[in-house]
Ligand binder design. Sequence first.
Ligand code: NI
Length: 259
Amino acid sequence: MPFLSDENQSSLRLDLLSWPEVEEYLENCKGVILPIGSTEQHGPTGAIGTDALTAQSVALEVSKRSRVVVAPTQPYGMAEHHLAFPGTMSLKPSTLLNLMHDLLVSLAMHGFERIFIINGHGGNIATIKSAFAQAYRSVSKMNLPLANTFRCKLANWFMVPEVYAEAKSLYGEKEGQHATPSEIALTLYLEPTLLKKQFALPKPAPAGPIYDYQDFRRRYPDGRMGSDPYLAKPNDGKIFLDKAASALTQDLTDFIQEQ
Ligand code: NI
């Protein structure tokens, strides 16, 4: 068991393994982590890649702690409502559904029975759940040996109760709904160069409904929804990463052992 007995606790990245190593891994563990983010505006001071950077960092940390292999991050998500802001690159729900379905079925074909999606973007949730339903149907129809034990689980790192409670205690109502100080704090911890983009912002538009992208920009002219990302500090990000990784490592372990 070269992986599980590795004393050097770094994350276990699928993209750095060879296929015989993946085959050997599967003899010991049927779990895999798949991070997904989004490439979309995060207010006037937030990085376009916020949701992918954050999901990836949590996934790598969970892999490090659990020794479960982590697949490359899917950086694009369903961000239709952010398309009035430059830099946003969105997949239509139907595209994301097909993409996620194909990735899930690919993993199932090799014997990965437990697929743990670590997600960084609220807009992906509905489509990821739809992809699970579609993948279950495909795996059953394909009569794969794992058809009865194949399961997928969605973990939204920003909705982990310990993370949410910490964000509320640090930022209160100023956590808001989009370009939140919690996610921005994690990016500042991961990429210190982003610190120089930060400056005090006027009061944001309050959070409200989401319709099409033009309406979104009218309602939320600077891209934020009720948040004050200027409150974000790199050390807060370190705390969020630790809280998210602790809780999700436990969830993943339970999920893999689930009968
Ligand atoms: Ni985000």
